[in-house]
Design a protein around this ligand. Structure first.
Ligand code: ATP
Ligand code: MG
Length: 459
């Protein structure tokens, strides 16, 4: 049944409408702006009626307009029908200009109002379907090799990827952690003539210097203790394809020289070897450190910077991608909802606002993880702010109208705690069930059962 919200401070009108309309609609009534917004957030009605004269300004219209303004800000698609007195035509028109759907002059004739409401709900449903269809359709258009985005900055990135794919110029990708640098590198490779040869990523910051050299360039038998045989490095593995030097800003100076030599001469030497080995590999690099700073500090070679960064792609942080946040959130919601066989279908209006207000230091990866978690945590098909776990964090926390519901039953609270702890244990051990079960102090089969009960997926 559709939810209808009636905002009116006169008890007779509340009663009349409730009595007359509760067969068709689930009716909620509020007599003040505060109560109206509370009910609005909770039930997200598609249609509401609004009396402009609300306390403390019963004889004016300031409260009514305030309510309308707030509703239009929260959910601009809501159909608001303003109920006015005879002399209030001016106000009615002003309300329409502010986004109200229609107005109706009191006294209320239930049959007439019913027709207006009916039409409003009908339209609201069609519009919602339309919005969803639209976002699904445009999702197809705005994607490149699994990278999704609508924002002007991302469309620019797609264009650049297409342009640089056809040639062999070295590309340097800059961006905060989790902005999709590796995805972009893979997309350039995947769009290039090299696509049938390997794409070889290597993280230059995760490996100690001596090991990194042999990882990159390989080594000859006996090159160092433990070098029992000849081993090919990543450069040779990328023969014909693309080598992705991730976190190149962290690469030790001694190795920077060798990469420079490769770019100039297209040859490498294995550790402990003298032979020049020709390698045909395209170099794409990425870093989230400030490389200009590193050059100034003498930690990164300027000549190498110009060689690897013939083209520089700067990935914008997620917080600067506008509607992409909501778009990606919905994308991940669908993706994980299907994977976990969960009913989570949409975000509540309050959750959407939190998604928009968050500063996303971990960018798309953080968004992906938060949605994944929310799909598992959500108690109903609607994701609420509490499921997103922003508690006590950044700007969105200032909005104290979004306290988590305190109406959990004991069972719900237990379930929630179970899920939290399972999730934390699995995350801590990268999904290793045995280790997670040890941490939680339960047997492996018990953990399996609990995961099943709570809708977790195990691979
Ligand atoms: N535009 C996007 N559309 C869909 N998924 C994305 C997008 N950008 C990033 N992701 C997802 O976010 C995660 C992080 O992406 P990626 O590893 O490419 O980021 P990164 O910039 O290399 O991060 P880091 O600096 O931490 O290495 C990946 O799991 C990827 O699936
Ligand atoms: Mg990366």
């Amino acid at each position: 049944m559709h939810v209808l919200l009636i905002v009116d401070d006169k008890e007779e009108i509340q009663k009349q409408l409730k009595w007359g309309l509760s067969k068709e609609y689930k009716v909620f009534a509020a007599d003040s702006v505060a109560r109206a917004l509370e009910l609005f957030r909770e039930h997200e009605p598609k249609v509401m009626t609004l009396d402009l004269g609300l306390p403390p300004d019963e004889d004016g219209s300031t409260e009514g307009f305030r309510c309308l303004e707030e509703v239009m800000r929260l959910a601009p698609w809501t159909k608001v029908i303003v109920l006015t007195g005879h002399e209030e035509r001016e106000n009615a028109l002003k309300a329409i200009r502010m986004g109200a759907y229609d107005y109706y002059t009191k006294p209320v004739n239930l049959d007439e109002l019913r027709i207006i409401l009916n039409r409003a709900f009908h339209l609201a449903v069609i519009e919602e379907e339309n919005r969803q269809l639209h976002s699904a359709l445009s999702a197809e258009g705005k994607e490149m090799q699994g990278i999704f985005g609508h924002s002007p900055s991302m469309l620019e990135i797609f264009k650049t990827i297409r342009k640089v794919s056809s040639s062999d110029v070295p590309v340097l990708i800059l961006g905060e952690s989790g902005t999709g640098k590796e995805m972009v590198a893979a997309a350039i490779h995947g769009n290039s003539p090299r696509r049938s040869a390997p794409f070889i990523p290597i993280n230059c910051s995760a490996i100690p210097e001596t090991l990194l050299e042999s990882e990159l360039f390989g080594h000859e038998k006996g090159a160092f203790t433990g070098a029992y045989g000849r081993v090919q490095g990543k450069f040779e593995s990328a023969q014909g394809g693309t080598l992705f030097l991730d976190e190149i800003g962290e690469m030790p100076l001694s190795l920077q020289v060798k990469v420079l030599r490769f770019i100039q001469e297209k040859v490498i030497q294995r550790v402990g070897g003298r032979e020049n080995i020709e390698v045909d590999a395209r170099i794409i690099s990425a870093t989230n450190t400030n490389i200009k700073e590193a050059i100034k500090d003498g930690k990164f070679r300027e000549d190498l910077f110009y060689r690897i960064g013939v083209i520089i792609i700067e990935l914008p942080p997620l917080r600067e991608r506008g509607n992409d946040i909501i778009f990606l959130a919905n994308l991940f919601l669908r993706r994980f909802g299907e994977m976990h066989n969960k009913r989570a279908r949409r975000f509540s209006a309050a959750a959407l606002r939190q998604l928009e207000a968050h500063s996303w230091p971990g960018n798309v990866r953080e968004l992906e993880n938060r949605v994944k978690r929310a799909v598992i945590m959500a108690e109903t098909s609607i994701i609420e702010p509490a499921d997103l776990d922003f508690a006590g964090q950044d700007r969105s926390a200032a909005n104290n109208s979004e306290k988590p519901p305190s109406t959990l039953t004991l069972r719900e609270a237990r379930d929630r705690l179970d899920k939290e702890m399972i999730l934390a244990a699995l995350e801590q051990h990268q999904g290793n069930i045995l280790k997670a079960s040890e941490l939680l102090g339960v047997s492996r089969p018990t953990l399996y059962d609990l995961m099943k009960k709570h809708g977790f997926q195990h691979s």
